[in-house]
Design a protein around this ligand. Structure first.
Ligand SMILES: *[C@@H]1O[C@H](CO)[C@@H](O)[C@H](O)[C@H]1NC(C)=O
Length: 117
């Protein structure tokens, strides 16, 4: 078994084309899990937008930014994509990513992002 390392950006904040401040906060710094285990990456956010999209991206050591998953705020279901799923709690402004069956190439820097209207 090999350890899979997950890294977080401390507090990535993006706000393109929207005048009010929007933030996303990732408070975990680094996590390691055994291969095949599951891991959950937390993200909370703040926005005054009434419609927005939430995203998770990963940046492996090779450097490119890879899109993982997108959740529309009005969707009543948590989005799932293969081994990736989210736990979106709109009232709590929480958007965590769960990775199941961790594999070595999951080791990366993970970014939570928010896009307003
Ligand atoms: C996502 O799943 C969690 C845990 O089951 C649940 O509390 C939450 O309401 C779900 N979110 C949506 C948008 O369905």
């Amino acid at each position: 078994m090999t350890l899979v390392n997950f890294l977080w950006a401390v507090a990535v904040s993006t706000c393109l084309g929207y005048s009010t401040a929007q933030t996303v906060t990732q408070s975990q710094q680094q996590m390691s899990v055994q291969e095949t285990e599951s891991v959950t990456l937390d993200c909370t956010y703040d926005t005054r937008a009434s419609n927005y999209y939430l995203f998770w991206y990963k940046q492996p050591p090779s450097g490119e930014l890879i899109f993982i998953i997108r959740q529309d705020d009005f969707k009543q279901q948590n989005v799932t994509e293969n081994r990736f799923s989210v736990n979106f709690q709109k009232a709590a402004k929480s958007f965590s990513l769960r990775i199941s069956d961790s594999q070595l190439d999951d080791a990366a820097l993970y970014f939570c992002a928010l896009s307003g209207p």
